[in-house]
Write a protein that binds this ligand. Structure first.
Ligand code: MSK
Length: 630
């Protein structure tokens, strides 16, 4: 076995520089150039003090003009902007979940999509009150999907999944009137509240921000995750690789990008088809390599071991290799820049969803009925494009790391079963993990999530924080682009245990896991909520008492704010490395960083100095331990 060494940021940056040289040769634009054009950023926007909600303005709050034309003060404007930001993220995640519900509704024994995890479907059916006795599994699947779809618009009641939370958390949600009702209702209500002439009271706006976030995390996202597991299988430990070196110069390279596994699963299926591989060989390639970017990549990495080419800010890099025959996208986090960029190369930029249509792309409309033929057409298109490569432009950085992924809650519980030596049978519970934490072998856990953002040196915060935390015996559960940062650096290689403190290293050895556990995509942060809820129930503690915090050090999207809100509202302190647009109002900023603690027992901390951010998380974990006397 070769010597293990993390890939450094400098090595990754040098690889990017080399790719940008190719880009310069062909006149390609890049996010690095666009950032220069866009900075310094608008101060009004950064502080959240610009209101464009009606056409009397736009109004911008300054010392000289402390109120908008309607009389709204800065706190109302900042709060409304924050709530709209949250609603955007909640709508996006939840609509993804809705698409998956529809896909489940289309599943058939002889169809494009089948039920892969029957046991999980039956568990969900019980939760959703769907009769299973003596019924065909597909009838059950369709009814579960229907009940799921009704969660979006149910006229009465609250989200079914709230019952998964400990009673204490449910009581808080009820007391604070933030229990999410129908998912779409929370989004509509947020837009209604922020319409001209409605809410401008900070407490009301932040309360609804939490509620809208909860409708995502304990509603739409949770369904997205659960139903994806039913359709494509619940993830279990699997080996893969990460970073641009996973692309193969001899093969047809197809890169999947976005979030919805329905498309990427099908692409993987057809790329594996012997008929397609033979066709690729006929066209002069040695085979077909599918790799991924962003959360679509996480989905297929977790279930199929498909390699991860990169995260959010590497999406242009895959095209810049000159070896990408097709970049195939579904929804969310896709740069429109890929259109013009792909035109500088031979790359086909294939859009597939009516929700994410972009200029200068080939649009192949994808849906559950025609998924097989759509995927086949896309794979064929990529193969036929191989001959159009310009060899002089091909450069794939020789850079990749091994990664072990697939840590669903079920897999984490299974892997940790072997950790404690006890007479009592604790298998199938989180008790072994709790024992590791209470004994101090593990000091605690950090759920690290979220994007890249050009405001932060790319991946530096993710990787830097992870290294610091594991050295302090804090285990990481990660998702989204944070997970890919870890994988690219090598932190999901089991040999990364040597970078851990003695306690975490021992746990990694006994459980045979890496110190950074890949739990999936952005919607899969719902897995982390289920894990936290289970740990609380199994330990008899409240979620807010657990030595567990959340962190999004490089976040950028509306979805991330929705996530942050549901993580905080679940009782988990959350640490951000990028400022939300709320600094213009001390009342809104104060509520988010302290005030909400009185409601939900947790709050945000914002700190741009990453070293300090890490210290603060460790300190918080130790405070929680001290409060428990452990
Ligand atoms: S893809 S939302 S950049 S994590 Fe889920 Fe990455 Fe953030 Fe998109």
């Amino acid at each position: 076995m070769s010597e293990f060494k993390l890939t450094t940021l400098e090595e990754m940056e040098a690889a990017t520089e080399r790719l940008l040289e190719t880009g310069a040769k062909v006149g390609a634009d890049s996010w690095q150039m666009r950032v220069k054009n866009q900075t310094p950023h608008c101060k009004f926007g950064e502080e959240g003090v610009c209101c464009r909600i009606c056409t009397m303005g736009p109004c911008r709050i300054t010392k000289k003009a402390p109120r908008g034309i309607c009389g709204c003060d800065v706190h109302g404007i900042v709060g409304r902007n924050f709530l709209r930001f949250t609603a955007g993220g909640s709508a996006t995640h939840s609509d993804h979940g809705r698409e998956i519900c529809h896909t489940l509704h289309e599943a058939a024994a002889d169809g494009n999509y089948k039920v892969k995890d029957e046991a999980k479907l039956l568990r969900l059916a019980a939760e959703f009150g769907v009769e299973t006795e003596g019924r065909d599994i597909y009838d059950v699947a369709h009814e579960v999907a229907e009940v799921g779809l009704l969660e979006y618009g149910k006229p009465f009641g609250t989200q079914v999944f709230l019952k998964r939370a400990p009673q204490h958390t449910q009581d808080i949600w009820k007391r604070e009137e933030i229990e999410p009702r129908a998912i779409d209702r929370e989004v509509s209500c947020s837009l209604h509240m922020t319409h001209m002439g409605c809410s401008s009271k900070p407490e009301a706006l932040i309360r609804q921000s939490l509620r809208s976030g909860l409708s995502d995390g304990w509603g739409g996202s949770m369904m997205g995750t659960e139903f994806s597991d039913v359709l494509f299988g619940t993830p279990h430990e699997i080996e893969t690789e990460a970073n641009l070196g996973v692309m193969n110069a001899d093969n047809v390279n197809i890169v999947v990008h976005g979030h919805d596994p329905s498309l990427s699963e099908m692409i993987c299926e057809y790329a594996d088809d012997p008929e397609m591989i033979a066709y690729a060989k006929e066209m002069g390639a040695k085979g077909i390599t599918v790799s991924g970017v962003c959360c679509t990549s996480n989905e297929v990495a977790m279930r199929r071991g498909i390699p991860m080419a990169g995260n959010f800010l590497q999406q242009e890099n895959v095209v810049l290799t000159g070896a990408c025959e097709a970049i195939v996208v579904d929804v969310q986090c896709i740069f429109p820049a890929l259109g013009p960029l792909s035109k500088c190369f031979h790359t086909k930029f294939v859009t597939t969803s009516p929700i994410a249509q972009m200029p200068e792309s080939d649009f192949i409309r994808f849906n559950a009925h025609t998924a097989g033929e759509n995927a086949k057409a896309i794979v064929k298109m990529a193969i036929e494009n191989f001959k159009n490569r310009k060899p002089e432009l091909v450069h794939i950085p020789d850079m990749k790391q091994k990664a072990v992924v697939g840590f669903s809650v079920e897999e984490i519980v299974h892997k940790l079963d072997g950790v404690t030596n006890t007479q009592v049978d604790k298998t199938g519970t989180t008790l072994p993990l709790i024992e590791c934490i209470t004994s101090g072998v593990l000091r605690g856990a950090v759920a690290m999530v979220g994007c890249n953002n050009p405001k932060v040196r790319s991946d530096a915060a993710h990787i830097g924080l992870m290294k610091k935390l594991i050295a302090n015996d804090i285990v990481l559960v990660v998702s989204g682009c944070s997970a890919q940062a870890a994988a690219k650096a090598g932190l999901m290689d089991k040999r990364a245990k040597d970078l851990c403190g003695a306690g975490l290293k021992r746990v990694c050895e006994l459980a045979d896991i890496p110190p950074v556990l890949h739990m999936g995509s952005c919607v899969d942060i719902s897995r982390m909520m289920v894990l936290a809820a289970t740990l609380a129930k199994d330990s008899g503690l409240n979620i807010s008492q657990l030595p567990l915090v959340g962190c999004a050090p490089e976040w950028m999207s509306e979805k991330a704010v929705s996530i942050g809100n549901y993580v905080v509202a679940t009782g988990i302190d959350t640490y951000l490395g990028v400022e939300p647009y709320v600094s213009g109002s001390d009342q809104i900023a104060g509520l988010l960083t302290e005030g909400v603690r009185d409601w939900v027992e947790a709050a945000y901390t914002v700190e741009k100095d990453i070293e300090k951010l890490g210290d603060m998380m460790i300190e918080r974990i130790e405070e929680k331990r001290a409060a428990l006397g452990i």
